[in-house]
Each structure stands twice: as structure tokens, then as C-alpha cells.
Write a protein that binds this ligand. Sequence first.
Ligand code: PFF
Length: 470
Amino acid sequence: MSAKRSSIHGQWSSRWAFILAATGSAVGLGNIWRFPYLTGENGGAAFVLVYLICVLMVGIPILMAEILVGRRGRQSPINTMYALAEEEGLSRYWSLLGWMGVAAGFIILSYYSVIAGWTVAYIFRTGSGLFIDADATYSKKIFVELISDPEKLLAWHTTFMLMTVIVVSRGVKSGLEQAVRFLMPALFILLLVMVGYAMSTEKFMDGINYLFVPNFEQLAEKNFFADILLPALGQAFFSLSIGMGAIMIYGSYLSQRSSITFNSFTIAIADTTVAMLAGIAIFPIVFTYGLEPGGGPGLIFMSLPIAFGQMPFGTFFGTLFFVLLMFAAWTSAISLLEPAVTWLVENKNMSRVKATALAGVIGWLLGLITVLSFNYWAFSFEFAGVVKENGMFDIFDILTSNVMLPIGGLLIAIFTAWLMARKSTIDELGLGDSLLYQSWRFAVRYIAPFGVIIIFLNAIGLFKLIGLVN
Ligand code: PFF
């Protein structure tokens, strides 16, 4: 019966439209800004390796589960969970999963917009030739000047939030498809140009070793579960946009004929490739110019401009790079707002424009906290063995990526693999009862839930308490 359900918000015009939009959601600041700086904070290759394992064993199976649920429900994540729970004879409290996703979406969007604002600011800084022949001290100074000025941050945050609201209010399907079709390949090519530049730097191999050759001695000093696995898992959720309903709502516009498995692998491969290229482009520059790999959220803004200042046509490439990064952030931000907007349209009888405006204002207001956390309200604390210096911004980031998204993913896994009828998932995935289907089911039934639970228990020190680890 559910196969006949259709979304009141419409459908993608083709299978590629879904892949492009979902890739647009996945590829964003998470790949180019967050992945390198977390890798730097968490010591390099061991983190990268664990991250890749998390993507493969937990990320892709949950990505498939989330698209499956979305397509079967065909409504906002809150109503989809409600409808499917009813259909499967389960408690309607499952809709709380949708609510948690909406909350996570607002929190992520609020700080995402501030950071995306930095990329918009950097389009102009790079474009004006500010970084020609810049060294590390100078690029650091420019960055610190930006983040210590709340008025500037507010202006860029407001600009970016407006851009997001405009696209979402017109319906994500109209403009998005065209934008992503050209921008994603362009971003990819530009990253290759950056990798080309990185290869010409003195410390290219140091960067590669840092990213891909684990240093086990250093690893021994860390608590593997809490210091490496938890942030790596969080990054896998964040980067793939899973655990909060963003991919679920995109899945709800997907045609019944399209292969969820093929789509999921395509999205995950594109997402991971972009993150790896970003790492390969950035770390050789970091080492060559004596920057600190663990320098925190400013890492790409302090390192890449030096490269643009040195390379031929650097002002051109640099400006283009930040333009493309802004677009990548834009296509992610709109997916953060979509679950809340569709719910308002479905339940509060609001027009899309009104719903988006309301949601945008909430995200914008919350963003003010992040704006101030880089200057007046800055405070530091330790998390996963790393000193975090930007108070509420870091708390929002940790709370969403490392707690809310994994809990969302855990619940989606339990829902699809333990509670939904096996037949419903077989129907939806269209793989029959094949080995591929069984592997997916094994991963969402056992690996993903137990992985997330073990990491959590460890992170909150429960194992320490009962003496299982020291
Ligand atoms: N995946 C996006 C990125 O890597 O930048 C961020 C994101 C978008 C996270 C949508 C979560 C989400 F639902």
C-alpha cells in the first residue's frame, strides 16, 4: 500500500536529480572545512582510517536505511515516522525521531551559516588580492580579524541565511538540480588544481604521511573509543548528512524505480573523495608554511590563502574556490532547513514561503550564539583529548555531530532492521533476498547499533566505571 503513497511536495525530475541533490547535501563544509580540521586536531592518519571504516560499516548502511524510510513515508520526517510506525503496528512516539532531527537541523544550520559566512567573506578577501605573497602570520591575522568582529560575522551570517531561505522557499527541487550539476564537477576540478599545487610544495610527502600512515605510538596515548572513534563516527554522520532527516526528506521525493543501493554508494563515494582531496590539498600547505595542524576551525582559512598567494593565477583560483565552497555549503544548508519546512507546510497549513521564513528566523537567531562564541562569549574546554576554544559553537557542534546524529542513526537502524517487517525493507530496497540485502541488514541490525552504543558507553565513561578499561 505504501508504494502508492506520493509526496505533496513533488518528486525529483530524474534519478540523477536525487543523486545530485543528495550529494549536494552531503558535500559541503563538512568535507572541506570540518574534515581537515578534525583530522588535524585528532592526530592524522589513525583518525582518517577509523573515519573511512565508519563510513563504510555504519554510514552507508544508515544512509540506505534513511532513504528507504523517506521514500516509503513520503512526508516530512516527523510525519513519515508517524505513518510508518502506524503501518508497522509500532508506537507513534517514533515521530520523536523526526522531532530530534528538526532540532538538530536548526542547531547545525545556525552555526553552519556562520561558517559559510566566512567563505563568503573570503571570496572578497581573496578576490581583492589581499593574500598575494601572504605568509602564515599574515593569513592568521586576517582570519583572527574576521572572527573577532561580531558585526562582520553577523553581516555574513545574515547574508548566507537569506540565500538559504530564498532557495528553500522556492522549493528545493527547482534551482538545486541545475546548480549542483555544474558546481560539483567544478569544485572537484578545482580541488584537483589545489592538489596539484600541494604536490609542488616541499612538504607534500609529510602531508600524505600525516593523512595516511598511522602513528601508533601517538595512538597509544589516546583513549581510542572516546578520542578517536567518537569524533570519527560523528564526522561520518555529519558528512553524509545522516541521522537527522535531511536525506530522509530527499528520499521522500525519490521515484519508486530508482535503486537506493546504487544511489547511496554513489553519494558516499563522491562525499568521501571530496574529503580526501581536501585533506591532500591542505596538509602539505600546513606543513610547508609551519601552521599548526591542530589549529581548529580556522585551519582552511589560514592555510589555503597562503597557497593562493603563491600559485600562478592564485587570485583567480582562490576566488573561484571560495565561490564554489560557498555553493557547496549552500546546497547543504538548504537540506538542513527542509525537514522543518515540510512539517510546517503539512501540519500548520502554512505556505512554503511563510514556513521557510519562520524556520529561517529561528536558525538565524540561534546563529547569534555562534557569532558571539568566537569573540565576546569565547571560552575553552576539553573534549576528546582536544582543547576546544570556541565555547557554544563547539558545544553545538559536538552535541549535534557526536550525540544527536548518532542517536538518530541508531534509531533509524533499529526501526528498519529490528522493527519494520523484513518484507517491507526487501520491497523497498529492491535487491530481493540477495547477499547484498543480507549484508545491508546485518550492518544495520548489528554493526551500526552496537557500534554506536559501545562508542557512547565508552565516551561517557561507563566502561571505566565498571572497570572494563582503565
Ligand atoms: N553534510 C554536510 C556537510 O558535510 O557539510 C552538513 C550537513 C548537511 C549535515 C545536512 C547534516 C545534514 F542533515
